[in-house]
Design a binder for this molecule. Structure first.
Ligand code: 5GP
Ligand code: ZN
Length: 114
């Protein structure tokens, strides 16, 4: 997608602090962290939001969760815990229309909504 910020990050047109990368997934630090550890996990394939995923993407989304677990273990935050958030659409405040999973950790996190 031409004007998608995250596609530009994938292509290296916008710099990012990469945490993990393979042929299908990129993880990088959020530019405006909401917690001491704030990493975004994205599929390299442009999917606008969770509602735009198809049946064919099920394995990819599962793999993203596995990678989150791997990174969480590497960063040694399994003991203290962490939160994974996916904002979808305007009521959730999704700003970047490329599916992403926020990993938040490193401190007692803000109020739970659910
Ligand atoms: P959303 O509100 O769409 O769920 O989250 C978008 C996230 O992307 C925000 O936390 C924002 O700080 C982050 N973000 C937006 N632009 C950039 C960027 O150019 N680089 C990085 N690393 N993060 C970005
Ligand atoms: Zn994109």
């Amino acid at each position: 997608m031409e004007d998608c910020i995250f596609c530009k990050i994938i292509k290296g047109e916008i710099p990012s602090e990469k945490v993990y990368e393979d042929d299908e997934i990129l993880a990088f630090k959020d530019i405006n962290p909401a917690a001491p550890i704030h990493i975004l996990f994205i599929p390299k394939k442009h999917i606008e939001s969770l509602i735009h995923m198809s049946k064919k993407d099920e394995a990819l989304i599962g793999k993203i969760y596995s990678k989150i677990n791997e990174v969480v273990e590497k960063l040694e935050i399994t003991q203290n815990g962490f939160r994974v958030i996916v904002n979808c659409g305007k009521d959730a405040g999704q700003e970047v229309m490329h599916l992403h999973f926020h990993l938040l950790a490193g401190a007692k996190l803000g109020p739970k909504l659910v």
